[in-house]
Ligand binder design. Structure first.
Ligand code: ZN
Length: 405
């Protein structure tokens, strides 16, 4: 890898001030951002560095999809609420899934993600040696989380043994782009002894933990029935909030006490508004979580519950759902949503020192978006009607991305 200079009309940095550099440039060396500023100055300083000039483009950090499942059931598992849907469509698929099909699914999903502007993805899936190979070759940053179950009723998933083998083979491979975490389908999918081992594995290997929690009302009711406490309190009781980083998907029905617990324990949340609407799970209390200081990222969930992996669509729907469910047109500011899709997602994964913003020292995970299209017009870059962030949330589509580094 050598140096390159990227020039664009606007650099949306997603730094702490949401700074935008007009007529900007980014100098990248060995895959890292080493300088950014006005294009005229950087070009003059680095006349010998190859210049990638991108007129009519916005350069921004690659999007971070904090919860996804590779898969190939798109459009074939429709019209059911989550627990019925799992039993009728998803479990039978798991029983017949082959390593070859699993690998091909990951190739397809990572390609779809990259083509629509996602440069980092959390994938909970099966036979993930193939997923790791796909991530390595396609160049996406991936956090691989096997679908683990350690329970006699769910003996057709990955196991903690296969999860451990994947950590040993693939964690921090591909120049550190691939992470392997410990996964668990759901708290109910493991016996207590296995739950203890999950905590031990996370600590021993210093890796994160990811599971689904509070996705539906049913989830909360069943946990109360079984343990007399709420789901996130149950995760704590079994030591599952002790990993170096814990990421919980959905949290639709997290109440105030659980939100406070998540904030206190620095738990990351993957918010999946499209999946939550499509499976009729509900609207997650995102505004309350952000207010409490919880790191919230956005996720598409899988191709079977979305039915695409376009994170720009997820950004728009996260805005619409917050406004609609709170009956407040000002709920979830556009900058807040841009942050959830980038640096907020990185924080939820504990990767915010590496990715999530265009800042010196970070990895050059960047995307370019066409800005000279009808749906980006008008594009106003200053004054009270400045609309770049509003267009990024409500107008852009994944197909407007035409470069991914
Ligand atoms: Zn999921």
């Amino acid at each position: 890898m050598t140096s390159s200079l990227y020039q664009a009309d606007y650099i949306v940095t997603m730094d702490r001030y949401n700074s935008i550099i007009k007529d900007g440039a980014v100098l990248v060396d060995q895959g890292k951002i080493v300088q950014l500023g006005k294009a005229s100055e950087l070009i003059a300083q680095h006349a010998n560095v190859p210049l990638k000039s991108m007129p009519n483009r916005i350069l921004m950090p690659g999007l971070i999809n904090t919860h996804c499942h590779s898969g190939m059931l798109r459009g074939t598992a429709e019209g059911l609420p989550v627990w019925d849907w799992l039993q009728q469509f998803i479990d039978p698929m798991h029983r017949v899934l082959t390593p070859e099909d699993a690998s091909l699914s990951s190739w397809l999903c990572y390609a779809e993600a990259l083509l629509s502007g996602t440069t980092c993805i959390v994938d909970m899936w099966r036979y993930m040696e193939g997923s790791a190979e796909a991530a390595k070759q396609l160049g996406i940053r991936a956090c691989l989380v096997p679908y683990v179950a350690e329970h006699p009723e769910h003996d057709y998933f990955e196991t903690l043994d296969s999860n451990e083998a994947l950590i040993n083979h693939w964690h921090q491979q591909a120049e550190g782009r691939i992470q392997v975490w410990v996964g668990l389908e759901h708290l109910f999918y493991a016996v207590p002894k296995a739950l203890t081992r999950i905590g031990d594995m996370c600590r021993d290997y210093q890796v994160g933990f990811h599971t689904h929690s509070n996705e539906s009302r049913f989830d909360v009711e069943k946990t109360l029935e079984r343990y007399q406490i709420r789901p996130i309190q149950a995760l704590e009781k079994f030591g599952l909030l002790n990993a170096p980083k814990t990421l919980l998907a959905h949290c639709v029905w997290a109440d105030h006490s659980e939100i406070a617990l998540m904030a206190e324990r620095s738990i990351g949340v993957a918010h999946n508004p499209i999946s939550n609407m499509k499976l009729a799970s509900g609207a997650a209390p995102v505004v309350a979580m952000l207010k409490a200081g919880v790191a919230v990222g956005l996720g598409t969930d899988g191709e079977k519950e979305n039915n695409n992996l376009d994170m720009f669509e997820e950004m728009k729907v996260s805005s619409l759902l917050a406004k609609f469910s709170n009956l407040d047109a000002a709920a979830l500011d556009a900058w807040e949503i841009c942050r959830m899709a980038t640096i907020g997602g990185a924080k939820a994964l504990g990767l915010d020192k590496i990715t999530g913003s265009i800042e010196i020292g970070k990895s050059a995970d960047m995307i370019a978006i066409r800005s000279n299209t009808p749906r980006m017009t008008p594009l106003i870059d200053e004054g009270p009607l400045m609309n770049i962030h509003h267009n990024l949330v409500h107008a852009v589509q994944g197909q407007d991305v035409d470069m991914t580094t």
